[in-house]
Design a protein around this ligand. Structure first.
Ligand code: BGC
Length: 757
């Protein structure tokens, strides 16, 4: 076994293999061919090229190999030592365009048809300028800002030779034991859908062919986040109803936003693995949604159909995946080895082969690869960590941070604080602030919390430092030093949390509480009687049952990326006013998992159906987050078709009919003495429906800056079919006559849809 399936470990290897037989040399007539004519419609170019391709050339287009040294240690495979210039795609582990260009030259100039290779990479939350993990981005409730960060990522990646990112991950995650919660946008289908669309549009830009656009890939299609017991790669049990109402909407939103590729998921979906699932890939994606791009397998996912008990060998795995609609095989070579013989056996059709090849070629034409196959080789200083990129990273980081507790207004740090003890295993860590899947990010690029705070407090307060403990194990020998620093200081800032390797792929945990040594450190510094502010850096929801009550303030900083320390310092000192809100429920303890706000009601309520040993409510709910400002909500009103026909919260019922639109409105006043951003969250509920509905469903949100003493009006334009309707287990949208609740804060208006005449 070899870690990281590495093809072409060095440039020398593929250049050595570059001499091609005379029969495969450049087709001189190709310059005049329709497929080389940039002014011809893409579909004509696809058909022309397809008509010229041999079976072998077609099959090559449906395979992806790896170029460079794989940095994902979870991806285990064989070593393959040569790569043909006809290959469809490569996962590219280069940091500059140099190796890409050399490989591309081979494909474009030394193969018969000159089809460019598509270079993909996991650009998950930044390429070199690493910004907060996707879960944190969702906590900003600011998709425009997250999109600006995705744009930076696209520019850095594109200028380094990447055409295609395996992002965004739009899996709904309701189990924080699953490490990949970090990579997605949380538990809510609407929030996830909005961020999915924003990321897709930002990566792909106005035109995929533009210089700094990269193709996006929605993953993992579908239901990967439902992994049982929070373990990675294991089966999922998803009813058709839940597939449609919970797991598919974020993919649909990404497809509607123009995502040209999707990645099939590893998980077995109630008996049929995602990578061999014709219902999801062919019937839904390509059929009902009309997606014209292609589906790539996740790493080795075709071969894994054998371990999953669906296919008896690699050939059968290739047949099942391909016929189910999986167009491109990632690295395991099953398609390369077996597609020709499957065609020969008539168990795979030529139509299906041509359909898959068309899809891959279409994306290559859309990206403009035939016109611009090479990437300009620019120095790092022109590509990475530009001041404007770092500024986006800092703004996004500060908007993602969630103030969970602020007893007695201990934050921001007051002028009376002249000495602070900065304690904890994360205080000086750079590496851990990067989070998982940090692309080409480097620890040395990161401002640590210590560094950020040192410069923010310079000339204002003294900063003492003590590590206090390691992330885990039971060594308490450093406690005394931490307690001594705390005793000398006016305030303690305690940096707790997870190492970056504790979340991400293949990083499940059986408990989401922090290791006992960290909780004990908190208890020890708390005994000094000094106010204790806990900073938490982590890639999932945490169990804070022993942390929150012991802290005076708690700030969730997630894994905030290269400007994390600056953003933290800005919030602690009051330069920034925290505005993040949780995109996932923080349970009371791990035992509440799975827990999410949009559950259905149970039959017995009140004291029944509760836990005997813990509360049944979470520690911090979805959408929760404090500010240094106070926001007061005026009366919620809803009107029909912008008319005077309106009802306010606490009044009667507002009647409407299909075809009419409803407008909900609330005015929010900042009654604090600090300017701040507030996110208004609009929920609906259908209390009785032929398919029972969740107790609350987020349908719209908006974040606005409100200056101290000022008011802003927030509106939710309700399209009844879109916002009040639901979907049945066959994926058919419907809306029923009757009452619906429109909810904001703790207010509710009932609207009533009349029966059709
Ligand atoms: C992950 C994908 C990733 C792929 C390629 C897999 O192990 O599940 O999310 O895109 O590797 O690196």
């Amino acid at each position: 076994m070899v870690y990281g399936k590495i093809l072409l470990p060095g440039l020398a290897l593929f250049l050595a293999a570059a001499a091609l037989p005379a029969s495969a040399r450049n087709d001189r007539s190709r310059a005049a061919a329709v497929y080389m004519d940039a002014s011809a419609p893409i579909e004509d170019r696809v058909e022309d090229l397809l008509s010229r391709m041999t079976l072998s050339e077609k099959i090559y287009q449906l395979n992806q190999y790896v170029l460079g040294e794989n940095d994902n240690t979870n991806n285990i495979g064989d070593v393959v030592e040569e790569c043909p210039g006809e290959i469809g795609s490569l996962i590219y582990f280069g940091e500059s365009a140099v190796t890409r260009n050399a490989m591309q030259k081979r494909a474009v100039e030394q193969t018969r048809l000159g089809i460019p290779v598509l270079f993909g990479y996991d650009v998950i939350h930044g390429f070199r300028t690493v910004y907060p993990i996707p879960l944190a981005q969702a906590a900003s409730w600011n998709p425009d800002l997250a999109a600006r960060a995705c744009r930076v990522a696209a520019c850095e990646a594109a200028s380094s030779g990447i055409d295609w990112t395996f992002s965004p991950m739009v899996d709904i995650a309701r189990d924080a034991r699953w490490g990949r919660m970090a990579e997605g946008y949380g538990e809510d289908p609407h929030l996830c859908s909005v961020f999915a669309a924003a990321a897709v549009k930002a990566y792909q830009g106005d035109s995929l062919a533009a210089e700094n656009s990269i193709a996006s890939c929605l993953k993992h299609f579908v239901g990967y986040g439902a992994s049982e017991a929070g373990r990675d790669y294991v089966p999922t049990e998803i009813s058709r109803q839940t597939l449609w109402d919970t797991y598919l909407p974020s993919f649909k939103a990404g497809v509607d936003a123009g995502a040209v590729t999707l990645m099939s998921s590893f998980n077995n979906i109630s008996g049929i693995p995602g990578s061999a699932n014709s219902y999801t890939m062919t019937e839904i994606l390509k059929g009902r949604w009309g997606h014209k791009g292609f589906v790539v397998a996740d790493w080795n996912a075709v071969e894994q159909l054998i371990n999953q008990g669906l296919a008896s060998d690699r050939k059968e795995a290739a047949r099942l995946a391909f016929n189910a609609g999986l167009d491109m095989d990632m690295v395991d070579g099953c398609y390369q080895e077996h597609l020709a013989s499957l065609l020969n056996d008539n168990t795979v059709s030529e139509e299906r082969l041509d359909d898959a090849v068309r899809r891959v070629l279409r994306v290559k034409f859309m990206l403009g690869l035939f016109e611009n196959p090479y990437t300009e080789e620019l120095p790092e200083s022109e590509r990475f960590l530009l001041p404007s990129s770092l500024d986006v990273a800092e703004q996004l980081a500060q908007e993602t941070m969630v103030l969970l507790k602020n007893e007695g207004g201990v934050l921001p740090v007051g002028d009376d604080v002249s000495c602070i003890a900065l304690v904890g295993p994360l205080a000086k860590s750079r590496e851990d602030l990067l989070g998982s899947w940090s692309g080409r990010g480097r620890a040395e690029d990161v401002t640590s919390i210590f560094d950020g705070l040192s410069s923010a407090l310079s000339g204002r307060a003294e900063l003492l430092y003590a590590q206090g403990c390691d992330f885990e194990k039971n060594d308490t020998s450093l406690f005394a030093e931490a307690v001594s620093a705390a005793s000398r200081a006016d305030m303690v800032i305690l940096c707790l949390g997870e190492k970056r390797s504790w979340s991400g792929e293949n990083a499940s945990r059986s408990t989401i509480a922090l290791p006992p040594v960290q909780e004990k450190l908190l208890a020890a510094v708390k005994r000094t009687g000094k106010p204790v502010v806990v900073l938490l850096s982590n890639g999932r929801a945490l169990d804070l049952t022993r942390i929150s009550p012991a802290a005076d303030a708690v700030l969730e900083i997630w894994q905030p990326g290269v400007r994390g320390g600056n953003a933290v310092a800005g919030i602690l000192t009051g330069k920034y006013n925290p505005s993040g809100k949780l995109p996932v429920t923080f349970p009371y303890t791990t035992g509440q998992i799975p827990i999410y706000y949009n559950r259905r009601s149970s039959g017995r309520t009140g004291m029944q159906g509760r836990y005997q040993d813990i509360p049944s409510t979470p520690m911090y709910g979805f959408g929760f987050g404090l500010s240094y400002s106070d926001f007061s909500y005026g009366t919620l009103t809803v009107c029909v078709d912008g008319s005077g026909n309106r009802v306010s919260s606490g009044e009667g019922v507002l009647d409407f009919t299909l075809g009419q639109t409803l407008t909900a409105e609330v005015t929010v006043t900042n009654t604090g003495d600090t300017d701040g951003k507030e996110t208004v969250q609009w929920y609906i509920r259908d209390p009785y429906c032929s398919v029972t509905r969740p107790v609350r469903e987020l349908k719209h949100f908006e974040k606005q800056m409100i200056a101290s003493g000022e008011s802003r009006t927030f509106r939710f334009e309700i399209d009844p079919v879109r916002d009040l309707g639901f979907v049945d287990s066959g994926g058919n949208p419907f809306i029923e006559p009757g009452d619906y609740f429109i909810m904001v804060g703790d207010q509710k208006v009932t609207v009533r849809l009349g029966s059709p005449e």
